[in-house]
Design a protein around this ligand. Structure first.
Ligand SMILES: [Ca+2]
Length: 117
């Protein structure tokens, strides 16, 4: 992980945040990288907020490529607490997101994040 422009860039930007099982195999993701672009920054916090607050009818609703990446504290639910935890980490040096972070990896204790679909 390298600090870039206020965000964190994964060493391997080629690893996408696609944790949904594809062909039965779980994929690596970075906790907090809700947008799946290899960066963990304020855009991810905004995306998580749009996911939590947006109803299916809202055009600005965010559908994350990896809902587990939005579960910043790793408690199995994607809530506004995750937005606050990520902003606390980014802006005030608070606790880092739960593993897998900062490098991509698999969820050690996978749980189904709350699905709003
Ligand atoms: Ca959470």
């Amino acid at each position: 992980m390298t600090a870039v422009g206020g965000g964190m860039l994964a060493k391997s930007a080629l690893i996408a945040c696609l944790c949904a099982p594809i062909l039965g195999a779980p994929r690596a993701f970075i906790r907090g990288d809700a947008t799946g672009d290899g960066l963990v920054d304020a855009r991810d916090a905004a995306a998580i907020a749009r996911y939590v607050l947006g109803g299916a009818e809202h055009p600005w609703r965010f559908a994350p490529p990896c809902p587990a990446a939005g579960d910043v504290d790793g408690d199995g639910a994607v809530t506004m607490r995750d937005v606050c935890a990520l902003m606390d980490f980014l802006m005030r040096g608070g606790p880092a997101p739960a593993p897998p972070f900062p490098e991509p990896g698999l969820d050690a204790a996978p749980r189904a994040p709350n699905d709003k679909d």
